[in-house]
Design a protein around this ligand. Structure first.
Ligand code: ADP
Ligand code: MG
Length: 234
């Protein structure tokens, strides 16, 4: 689903140059959740931003669904971002003036769906996340864990194929943090490729595999869990 080949990101130039990512190779298949682990400043956010096409790599290639994103026009890229990619951020980023269900409806309404269908879909996703009874509440009336679940619902509603989460548990206690990781993993089980940045090893252990970053380089990775593909030798 997503493949990074030799992705390098350099910020600034001359003595102020920062090599935030250095020749990153990483691919994530549909149905797989990969945790990106590393200390602060190791490049996690940069990698997620580039994977999400929100920024361009200095060098290397990003393929999403087999397409080189650097070759997409502005409109195509905007469509890809809007339709196929879901983002979850540490600070939730819910719109305070909209209820939970309205927040989840936003991406589908941007997709051009009518109000009724968008609402029905949003309610269905909220229900899956055990938030049906919170649908009409405003973010201020939700707990931190509930807000983060609404943000995940918003990121996966519709036909997103790529889910990117940057320290989505950062503002949560450990119980809610684990619940969020479990939820991300179950969202991915339905064929979504996910990457989640975290500096917490315990939370990273919820992913199918872990990639360790340091100074913009992958310094280690756990083996993928054997799936049916490996038995077929593919
Ligand atoms: P992490 O998310 O793992 O904490 P980041 O991806 O935010 O790491 O940062 C990686 C490196 O790139 C850091 O040295 C950071 O200071 C630098 N960096 C990130 N974004 C920018 C930017 N917009 N301009 C300059 N340097 C940046
Ligand atoms: Mg970060």
């Amino acid at each position: 689903m997503i493949e990074l080949r030799g992705v390098t990101k350099v910020y600034g130039s001359g003595p102020a140059e920062v090599r935030a990512l250095d020749e990153i190779d990483l691919s994530v298949a549909p149905g797989e959740l990969v945790a990106l682990m590393g200390p602060s400043g190791s490049g996690k956010s940069t990698l997620l931003t580039i994977a999400g096409t929100l920024e361009r790599a200095t060098a290397g290639t990003v393929l999403i669904g087999g397409r080189d994103v650097s070759r997409l026009g502005k409109d195509e890229l905007a469509r890809l971002r809007r339709r196929s990619i879901g983002y979850v951020f540490q600070d939730f980023n819910l719109l305070a003036g909209l209820t939970a269900v309205e927040n989840v409806m936003v991406p589908r309404e941007l997709d051009g769906l009518g109000h009724r269908r968008a609402r029905a879909e949003a309610l269905a996703v909220l229900e899956k996340m055990s938030l049906a009874d919170r649908a009409e509440r405003f973010p201020d009336d939700l707990s931190g864990g509930e807000r983060q679940r609404v943000a995940i619902a918003r990121a996966v509603v519709g036909e997103r194929r790529l889910l990117l989460a940057d320290e989505p548990t950062g503002a949560l206690d450990s119980v809610n943090g684990e619940a969020v990781m479990r939820l991300l993993r179950s969202c991915c089980r339905n064929g979504v490729a996910g990457i989640v940045g975290t500096h917490d090893a315990q939370l990273a252990a919820w992913a199918d595999r872990v990639v360790f970053l340091r100074d913009g380089r992958i310094v280690d990775r756990t083996a993928p869990r054997p799936g049916p593909e490996s038995l077929l030798g593919r």
